[in-house]
Design a protein around this ligand. Sequence first.
Ligand code: GUN
Length: 303
Amino acid sequence: MSAEIISGTAMRAEILDELKQEVAAMQEKHGKTPGLVTILVGENPASVSYVTLKVKTALGLGFHEIQDNQPESISEQALLELIEKYNQDDDIHGILVQLPLPDHIDEKKVLNAISPDKDVDGFHPVNLGRMVIGGDEIRYLPCTPAGIQEMITRSGTETAGAEVVVVGRSNIVGKPIAVMMGQKGPGANSTVTMVHTRTKDLDEHCRRADILIVAAGVPGLVKPEWIKPGATVIDVGVNRVGVSEKTGRAILSGDVDFEAASKVAGKITPVPGGVGPMTITMLMKNTVKSAWFHLENKQNDAA
Ligand code: GUN
């Protein structure tokens, strides 16, 4: 048996197309397009490449995009003031501060300074709290978990009553996706188990999973014999396992042994080209959502 590949690259194209139509409708109705500011502090090469891709995607959708690059030496206070400036700017609907930040800046303080209404990364405690409450309370879901859920539903995987096992308990992937899959509602209603480094019999839990989500950051952690035949496997791991002699670029590998797992799973995401492209796509989706909210609902919400 060979698993169906769930391609994040193909889904990205599909979703960006849908967003492009929304942006056109917004332009027509309000004479405005979504505004996103990306704040990059310093020149960490991985961050530069992530931000470049975010900016390119935003511009491709016709967003009003501000790329605000700041030197590594910027003070915490100056960064907080910059965020406040964008909090007050009516043409900016989404504020993204690329992580990690230099050691002299308190990351938590910075993320908490972003207005929850413009927190398109979905990292602010208010938005995480709204996510836990669920239903109409939800504003911005964190982008990687949102992308995972989208991939599961768009691939036609049944989630209601499914056994979901999440490997990993990080704040940005494991914890939120575990909550989201257990919520009432479409693309959820699952029975969720979250496992981690202190879990006994990790393999036994994985074997039960109809949907196995792996976000451990350990290359090849999940062995093919841990996978239930026909299961949907979502591999969130992006591990640099070497450098290509040909291109000089990093060779990436997931947390699942893809070749072997594809012979057992029903559906599986590749690395690269799986969850990765969906994260930026969900950032764009959150920014469009924020723009609609600011252009149409803000007064209602304040009332
Ligand atoms: N650094 C790595 N991934 C992310 C992300 O999703 N958002 C932000 N703001 N920084 C990151």
